[in-house]
Design a binder for this molecule. Sequence first.
Ligand code: ASP
Length: 348
Amino acid sequence: MISRRTLLAAAASLPVAARAAQDVLRATPPVAISSSNGLGTTKKAVELMREGKDTVEAAVEGVVLVEDDPNDTSVGYGGLPNELGVVQLDASVMHGPTMRAGAVGCLESIKNPSRVAKMVMERTDHVLLVGPGALAFAKAMGFQEENLLTERARRAWLRWKTTLSDQDDWLSDEEMKADFDYIEPRHPDAMAHRPTGTISCIALNDKREVSGCTTTSGLAYKLPGRVGDSPIIGAGLYVDGEVGGCGSTGRGEAVLQSCGSRTVVENMKRGMTPAEAILDVLKRICDQTKSPRLLNRPGRPNFDVNFYALRVDGAYAGGRIYRGGRFAVNDGGESRLVDSVYLFENAR
Ligand code: ASP
């Protein structure tokens, strides 16, 4: 048995990032940053900002490249489906100059949820539409319904379904009890391996205007109706026009429980660098993770979370719990991948 006290002590002794957080990366706007699957996205976003397009349009049209790509199984067309084999998409946008936002959750049959989220922001007095209501709105806006389940995604889902073991999202009686009794994790050194993925992009122009967009098919094989962090303003995305923006990818439940992106932006508002702001939130996520099924033996999470933060002065960073993360940056010319700051070398 691991006692509650042992877990809390392990959390309190978390080491600090290997790369100094004061080592500030800075770009001259226009600049866009995104998750590592966004080399094309960030390039496109910067090109659009150079043409004078608004920052939210730049971020959205950048991520559309990935939504349209059948080979990216974490976003839009070709995304991995839910438990029933249905692709349900989540997306959000936030526009710094007006502080307006729009989002859709559990949207089916429309391959560009980011564009629908932008229309929710522009054409309604609401922020979030979900499920059939989001689909009805999209159709009213002229979006076409189509089958988003590619053959590759269907086969992956079928493989998961036919080999179902404990890799689903239902908690057994034992797991439920363990969450409250702090029983030792069953797989002490294992990282959770459910496929995830998302794209999040933050764009800053030369007028120091900033916006962002996050879009995903969410956790693969999720329970139908599950909504992750991506379409929740403050979790998977937050922008403050005076400060900067932040988006996230990774285990959405941890980002929701920590109000992750909003907290990163608030940290920057209080004077932290983007890297410091991200590391602080990652540490909070580690401290707040108490369920044994989510921890390895040393009390570290068996999942990862990434944040991407861009300040209005051009300072930026990506960060995640474990070493090895990278993120995409473009400030003109070709995009590049940059190492993320991190809390731990590995999960042991
Ligand atoms: N954050 C996404 C979600 O939880 C998944 C991911 O980024 O991998 O829906």
